[in-house]
Structure formats: C-alpha cells, structure tokens
Design a binder for this molecule. Structure first.
Ligand SMILES: NC(=O)c1ccc[n+]([C@@H]2O[C@H](COP(=O)([O-])OP(=O)(O)OC[C@H]3O[C@@H](n4cnc5c(N)ncnc54)[C@H](OP(=O)(O)O)[C@@H]3O)[C@@H](O)[C@H]2O)c1
Length: 270
C-alpha cells in the first residue's frame, strides 16, 4: 500500500472519509472500506460518528497497529481543557487508546494558538495522540504557529481539480508539511469536468480514479468518502496506475477555482 512519511509514522496515501456518514450506514460503510483494504479512516468530533466508526474498527478484527486513525477537534473547543477533554472523550467513543493524528479542525483566532498547541503536545507526551496537525489553515495561520516555535506536520485542506490550491501546496512543500486533500472529488461535482471525462475514457478508469490518481501524483493524501461498495472499492483502486505527465498537466490547467466549503467562521481571507 502506498504511504507517505508523517513524522515518525507512515500514513496510507488513501484514507476513507466519513463526513455525513451516521448510524448503521456509517458502521457498514467503514467496515466495507476496511474489508476492501483501507487502513486509514478520517473522522472528526463534529461528524458525530465516532461510536459508529469505533464499532466498525472493532468488528473488522484488525489489529490497532495496522490502522491509521485521524480525528479533529472543533474550532470552538481549542482552549486547553476542552482540547484535552475532547480528545479523551473521542478515544472512548472510538474504543481506542490513541489516535494517530489529531487535527485542529478550523483555525480560531479568538483563542491563542499557543494554548491549543501546548494541549496537543501534552496529549502527545501522554501517547494519547501520535501526532497533531491542522485543517483549513492558510499560510498566515501556519505562520502563527511557526512564530511560536511549532510547525504542524499535516494540513488537511480542500483540494480537487476545480480547486487546485497551487500556492498552498508550494508553501507546504517549502515547509515540509504533508497535505491531505479533503473533498477530493469536489463532493462529486468534479466527476463531470470534460477534462476528467476525456482522461477517464483514454485510460479506461473511472472519473473518480483519474482525480484521486492526479492528486496522489502530487504526494498529497486523499480521503474520498463513499457510501456503497462499488465506489468505495473503485476509489481504493485508484492509485495503482500511472497517468502520463502531459495528461496530469491537463488537469493542472483546468481554469476553475471554486471553493466549496467556506462557512461563516472561516478565516481564509484574513
Ligand atoms: N477537514 C475538513 O474541514 C473537511 C471538510 C470536508 C471533508 N472532509 C473529509 O474529507 C472527506 C471527503 O470529502 P467529502 O465527503 O466532502 O467529498 P468527496 O469525497 O469529494 O465526495 C463525496 C461524494 O462523492 C460521491 N462518490 C464517492 N466516490 C465516488 C465514485 N467513485 N463515483 C461516483 N461518486 C462517488 C459520494 O457518494 P455517496 O453519496 O454515495 O457517498 C459523495 O456524494 C470527508 O468525508 C471528510 O472525512 C474534511
């Protein structure tokens, strides 16, 4: 399985996204993903599905050390006590004694980032998390961390053909930060882009496979979400072929630049 180095760990290059998966559907989809071969699951406190994910992990019969588990602490819970309480509650819900990666879900400039990072470092010292990172951080948010002597090793951001965050990727490379692409399929919309459809027919691969392969070719982790067996399997099999450079460039050159997720509290344009 393709992996990327992340601090002292190896993170599987493809993970299974779980946003909007709840109840028994979530347990079934995560269990299907694990049976197919995924070893990396992406969840978050705000998704409200930790218990269902935990049941699927348990039912899979897989050893904990063979799994990579990412969760996230919500932006309103970034004060020290809340970070610690959330992490401990999340571990109970997931029925595990550590998370491989714990991310600050969104930046919150009303809470001193030092306080949050110090809490995360404390969790790390106690082996409750193996490492921490950030999500939805732009260059200026990361600079805030760096100014205080902390550098996240991972930034999970929106990234797909119609929202190719070229500058943020360059900044991540320059600072040795691994990116994870969320909404890698553009929540389904990018599957219909003409450039993707053309390459899908040229390579005999699905539109989703072309997109995930393109993102992975940039050494970015992908975490597509799907609910039923066929797309879950199809996505998992997206990294085992090679797209020629000139075709990768065609996707790079797509002119649309449309962010899908920009909640009121987001702070992208600061
Ligand atoms: N850090 C953050 O703030 C943040 C934000 C957003 C997402 N995320 C993470 O990233 C994960 C993925 O993002 P996402 O869920 O927004 O969107 P996505 O993975 O880009 O797209 C999911 C949509 O595409 C469909 N789909 C999946 N595979 C397909 C295939 N092979 N063929 C056709 N359709 C397919 C899914 O179908 P179904 O409807 O059948 O499932 C769903 O409608 C999330 O689940 C979450 O874990 C993180």
């Amino acid at each position: 399985m393709k992996t990327f180095k992340l601090g002292n760990q190896h993170i599987p290059a493809i993970g299974f996204g779980t946003w909007k998966l709840t109840s028994i559907v979530c347990t079934d989809s995560v269990k299907m993903a694990l049976d197919i071969g995924y070893r990396h699951i992406d969840t978050a406190d705000i998704y409200g599905n930790h218990k269902e994910v935990g049941i699927a992990l348990k039912n899979s019969g897989l050893k904990r050390e063979d799994l990579f588990l990412t969760s996230k602490v919500w932006y309103t819970n970034l004060k020290r006590e809340k970070v610690i309480d959330c992490a401990k509650r999340n571990l109970d819900e997931l029925q595990t004694n550590y998370m491989n990666l714990y991310l600050i879900h969104w930046p919150n400039r009303n809470i001193d980032i030092r306080e949050t990072v110090e809490a995360l470092e404390e969790l790390k010292r106690e082996n409750l998390i193996m490492d921490w990172g950030v999500s939805n951080f732009n260059e200026h948010h990361i600079k805030d961390c760096v100014d205080f002597g902390f550098k996240p090793i991972n930034n999970q951001v929106e990234f797909h053909p119609s929202f190719y965050q070229r500058d943020l990727k360059q900044f991540a490379d320059d600072n040795n930060i691994l990116l994870t692409a969320y909404s890698p399929l553009g929540q389904g919309y990018d599957l219909n882009l003409p450039e993707i459809i053309e390459l899908s027919s040229k390579y005999g691969k699905s539109a989703a496979q072309i997109i995930l392969n393109w993102i992975s070719s940039k050494n970015i982790v992908v975490i597509p979400k799907a609910t039923i067996y066929e797309p879950i399997k199809e996505n998992f099999e997206s990294l085992n072929f090679t797209i020629e450079q000139e075709d990768l460039n065609k996707i790079d050159d797509i002119k649309i630049n449309k962010r899908l997720l920009e909640p009121d509290f987001s702070d992208f344009n600061y």
